[in-house]
Write a protein that binds this ligand. Structure first.
Ligand code: SAH
Length: 552
């Protein structure tokens, strides 16, 4: 899967065009210069941003002069490695200039963008202009055998040679190639491993499948099978394995080394014909790359993720990746909205109900059918959130066996207590505890007991779920208990909607704190006896708990 493009703009005048391109690439992120334009993501330095996107292989659409892009990327161009597509687009959308990444599909992107913007792409690649296709960049499902040889082949065609096509190459039907029966050059589409010939452009269709019986010594066995059968490793479309091996990590490892998908088949799955057999594996040949891709089912994955407090920049890259790869997303509607941008084909299962176990079971059912599923929590998924519910559903007697075949991962996030603490300084800089004041799932007596002990132990405390319409008196009672252990000048921090547009932060004394200052979107931090506050330059206050107690 190629990653979605980054759209980079310098000012507000480019924003409208950028948004139009985002309808073409819904997952594209618009990067805007901080302080100049409000985009999806802010950057500080244009050149650094472009270079780091380029290095990470991200396709770049820069809405500015081509010269600026060229100068920014120049230092990276000397070494010719894998090149992501790079395009300059006029900020009013009137011109589209593909600059780099000819083999990464830049001309295809340029034409897509030009069509969307109702203009023309400035295609300058001779082969492409002449033949209406880039012979060296076949569509997915096909792989070019040898790039250097391919370049010579195309320049021969430009020099006047004609060609014929041997094999099935449906995408070349619309091209305007110099075809002739008695041509001196051949485009050969074959799974056969052949030495490169000067008069031949070799393209391997990804139609072969390796079906394994065991996961032992696979990499060597596959290499050997391809050598013996003279099949091209580039024709390998996927690794297939029986359902019984679904949890075997070695299979996933080998598939990732071979850069092919791993899929699982059941005994009753109809399989394509066999073209080679060795001890622990067989090679099968599908009719087309599409047929090969649709064999079997992938291992399902269930990622339980934490969004962090709200702002996109506090979300971890691992969580963003899981969201981007998800086919199904489950969670409260507010959180699913916070996970945007999402693509239209990603299925949102929003729920407002508090039936967390039911949601966990639904997630497992989807993942067990081979889908990539994300369960969304705010903050950290393991802090008063979905991770424990998911594990409870899994451990529960009677959970279907195939739930255990799901690849389950829990991806951490910045919890509300940590986000609030960081805003105000370091009130949790020494020992602390996190307590949910909700008695929905535990008896109130347990909560009172914990508050009493935490107070006696002089721990700083962070209260989650401090109050709600259904639980109006609990916070007041909690404060009574805390006040038995703390003086009225104990520092208190209230963080409301931290990391979200309505963010509000307040520092006060325990003596002043009343429950009406707090709602269910607030995180309450009660300092220890050592927690301190002092003015900061901007008129606010810093709060911190020293790392040590005074020596007595
Ligand atoms: N898993 C979440 C907590 C869920 S419990 C996390 O790790 O942050 C819900 C409680 O978390 C709310 O009642 C509130 O006390 C707190 N909370 C969650 N997000 C918050 C935010 N952005 N600002 C302040 N408090 C928040």
């Amino acid at each position: 899967m190629t990653s979605s493009p980054a759209i980079v703009i310098l000012g507000p005048s480019a924003l409208a065009t950028a948004r139009r391109m985002q309808t073409l690439y819904p997952q594209a992120v618009i990067h805007g210069l901080r302080g100049r334009v409000e985009a999806d993501q802010a950057y500080e330095d244009f050149g650094d941003t472009l270079r780091s996107l380029y290095r990470s292989g991200t396709p770049i659409i820069a809405l500015c002069a081509a010269g600026i892009v060229i100068r920014s990327l120049a230092p990276l161009l000397a070494s010719k490695g894998a090149e992501p597509p790079v395009l300059a687009v006029a900020e009013d959308g009137s011109a589209v200039v593909p600059l780099l990444g000819g083999l990464g599909g830049v001309n295809r992107m340029a034409r897509e963008i030009a069509t969307a913007l109702d203009t023309r792409a400035a295609i300058t690649t001779s082969g492409e202009l002449r033949f209406g296709t880039c012979l060296l960049d076949p569509p997915s499902g096909y792989a070019l055998a040898d790039l250097e040889q391919g370049k010579r082949f195309v320049s021969d065609l430009l020099g006047g040679e004609s060609l014929r096509i041997d094999g099935t190459a449906p995408w070349l039907n619309d091209a305007s190639l110099p075809l002739a029966e008695d041509a001196g050059r051949t485009v050969r589409i074959t799974t056969e491993q052949r030495p490169t010939q000067p008069d031949e452009l070799l393209i391997h269709p990804r139609t072969l499948l390796v079906l394994v019986d065991k996961a032992d010594d696979l990499a060597a066995a596959i290499r050997q099978a391809f050598e013996q059968s003279r099949l091209a490793p580039k024709s390998l479309a996927a690794l297939l394995a029986p359902q019984a091996l679904i949890s075997d990590k070695r299979l996933a490892q080998v598939a990732s080394e071979l850069a092919v998908p791993l899929r699982f088949v059941r005994a009753d799955d109809g399989l394509p014909p066999r073209v080679h057999r060795s001890e622990n594996l067989q090679v099968l040949q599908a009719d087309s790359p599409e047929a090969a891709q649709s064999m079997g089912r992938p291992r399902g994955r269930l990622s339980v993720i934490g969004l962090g407090p709200g702002a996109a920049e506090h979300m971890t890259p691992a969580v963003r990746r899981a969201l981007d790869e998800a086919e199904d997303l489950l969670g409260y509607e507010t959180y699913v909205k916070m996970a945007e941008p999402l693509r239209p084909e990603q299925v949102r299962h929003c729920s407002d109900n508090r039936e967390e176990l039911q949601r966990a079971r639904h997630a497992f059912e989807l993942a067990a059918s081979g889908r990539r599923v994300v369960v969304i929590s705010s903050g950290d998924p393991g802090v008063f959130a979905m991770a424990a519910a998911v594990l409870e559903a899994l451990e529960e007697a009677g959970a279907p066996i195939d739930w255990n075949s799901v690849e389950l991962e829990i991806l951490p996030g910045v919890s509300a207590a940590l986000a609030t603490a960081a805003k105000v300084g370091a009130p949790l800089g020494h020992d602390f505890c996190l307590i949910s004041l909700s008695d929905n799932l535990k008896p109130w007596a347990v909560i009172e007991n914990r508050l009493d002990h935490a107070g006696a132990a002089d721990l700083a405390m962070a209260f989650y779920n401090p109050i709600s319409k259904a639980r109006p008196w609990q916070l007041g009672r909690a404060l009574e208990i805390v006040r038995q252990h703390r003086t009225p000048d104990t520092v208190v921090v209230l963080g409301r909607d931290i990391g979200r547009p309505a963010e509000a932060l307040r520092v006060l004394d325990l003596g002043e704190l009343t429950p009406d200052m707090v709602d269910m979107r607030t995180l309450v931090i009660i300092g220890s006896s050592q927690t301190r506050r002092f003015p900061r330059g901007d008129g606010g206050e810093w709060v911190y708990t020293p790392r040590s107690y005074p020596q007595s």
